[in-house]
Design a protein around this ligand. Structure first.
Ligand code: ARG
Length: 458
């Protein structure tokens, strides 16, 4: 059977397989709410501009609301033969209100309709994601607040470098998420532009008023070129790029949590409810949630590549290729939404093991830089101080002790500038306190960063 929506010029029915193959309703029905929202605005505009009568407009709008009610109630019969969400909704509308329903598509094409639907849908999802990001950020601030004096090794090359507070580390995660939130908020402006009114590609012959529809739909701008409007998917690519950066961050955090949870590190306990066991090894408690988030980063990066590749060869304007934009975008949204939900619950509930963290910090000569800085303050040039401390570390390694466990005499054998006040700078607390400037790990500075953080997300 040929589609009643476009079958006029066809002399044989669509091949059964082709109908299935070209249909998108099984996934694009997810945008039904936005499709109906867009149609209500379009019908309102058609009425106000006198393109259809206000009675016709009212009838169409009440019919569309009825269709929405059927969908909400789970009573709507989706049909693959009707291809996509747009024609399913329109066909049901006409079944409900009669021939007036056929006037809805006046001055409109599925090309500007679908572009409008995706933008409305992605705008809603962006708001949800921004809210989830905020929840996670606020959880991180709460976690950091409890641990400004919990000392752990800071790493470079995954080798102990200098002491930092656990709060300082958590606040580094917070900063990553601030940039993610800013990116999603910025992209929202470019998502929130209205293609509707561009019709198939060239505009329409009816005296439409796009400002009416834009205002009704809450768009902050109107796409300025009809060819670009129906074919632009930059906003979806941008969103997926933001999502990729977000997942890259969540994946880095995951990697650290997974390492820290191992017996070898023993830095954090992840509550049981976020872990699972092994069916063979009774002792196992595995960090499945962070592992899965690390794994899911891969699919989001893949979706970014999919969308870029989807667009790169398309001549203006709309091509059916664009129907392939939805599944990657939907999956991307589901993946980051799920990952953020899991993290928002899990991260604030991490329990650091401060004894293990401290013991690990003590093992790696983390205060060696502090000793060098001490000598510089006594007048030695930094390069010379570096050399002196290197030798002291070698002795400590040889004798199996920490720098603070060397005797004053031993230390003085490397430099006469060393006096008995040296031991203050060799403590972990002293090392932290000393980095007392904006962005440093001193407890007082991190407290300030947390206070500023609360303002930044409010
Ligand atoms: N299902 C289509 C899509 O997702 C709607 C637009 C179809 N337009 C067309 N001229 N075939 O892109």
């Amino acid at each position: 059977q040929t589609s009643s929506m476009w079958g006029g010029r066809f002399s044989e029915a669509t091949d059964g397989f082709v109908a299935e193959f070209t249909a998108s309703v099984n996934f694009d029905k997810r945008m039904a709410k936005q499709d109906i929202q867009g149609s209500i605005a379009h019908a309102t505009m058609l009425g106000r501009c006198g393109i259809i009568t206000s009675e016709e407009s009212d009838l169409i709008i009440s019919g569309l609301k009825q269709v929405q009610a059927e969908i909400d109630a789970g009573q709507f019969q989706w049909s693959v033969a009707l291809e996509d969400v747009h024609m399913n909704v329109e066909s049901r509308l006409t079944a409900l209100i009669g021939d007036v329903g056929k006037k809805l598509h006046t001055g409109r094409s599925r090309n500007d309709q679908v572009a409008t639907d995706i933008r409305l849908w992605l705008r809603d999802e962006t708001d949800n994601i921004l809210a989830l990001l905020k929840r996670l950020q606020s959880g991180l601030l709460d976690l950091a607040d409890k641990h400004t004096t919990t000392i752990m090794p800071g790493f470079t090359h995954l080798q102990t470098a200098q002491p930092v507070s656990f709060a300082h580390h958590v606040m580094a995660w917070f900063e990553m998420l601030v940039r993610d939130s800013e990116r999603f908020a910025d992209t929202r402006h470019r998502i929130n532009q209205m293609p509707l009114g561009s019709a198939a590609l060239a505009g329409t012959t009816y005296p439409i008023d796009r400002t009416i529809t834009a205002e009704l739909l809450g768009f902050e701008g109107i796409c300025q070129n009809s060819l670009d409007a129906v074919s632009d998917r930059d906003f979806a690519i941008e969103f997926t790029a933001n999502a990729s950066l977000l997942m890259m961050h969540l994946s880095r955090m995951s990697e650290e949590i997974i390492l820290w949870m191992s017996a070898q590190f023993g830095f954090v306990v992840v509550p049981d409810r976020f872990c699972t066991g092994s069916s063979i090894m009774p002792q196992k408690k595995n960090p499945d949630v962070p592992e899965l988030v690390r794994g899911k980063a891969a699919r989001v990066f893949g979706q970014l590549t999919t969308l870029l590749t989807l667009m790169k060869n398309q001549p203006l304007a709309y091509n059916k290729d664009n129907q392939e934009d939805k599944e990657p975008l939907f999956d991307c949204v589901d993946t980051i939404t799920g990952s953020l939900l899991a993290f928002a619950d899990m991260l604030p509930n991490l329990v650091p093991n401060s004894e293990n963290m401290r013991a690990a910090t003590m093992k790696g000569y983390a205060t060696a830089t502090d000793l060098a800085d001490y000598l510089v303050k006594k007048g030695l040039p930094f390069r010379d101080a570096h050399e002196v401390v290197g030798k002291a570390v070698a002795l400590a390694v040889q004798t199996g002790v920490d720098l603070s466990e060397l005797s004053l005499a031993q230390l003085q054998s490397f430099s006469p500038l060393i006096a008995d006040d040296v031991f203050d700078c060799l403590t972990l607390e002293g090392s932290l306190q000393a980095r007392d400037h904006l962005g440093g790990t001193a407890p007082n500075q991190v407290k300030q960063a947390i206070i500023r953080g609360r303002q930044r997300i409010s």
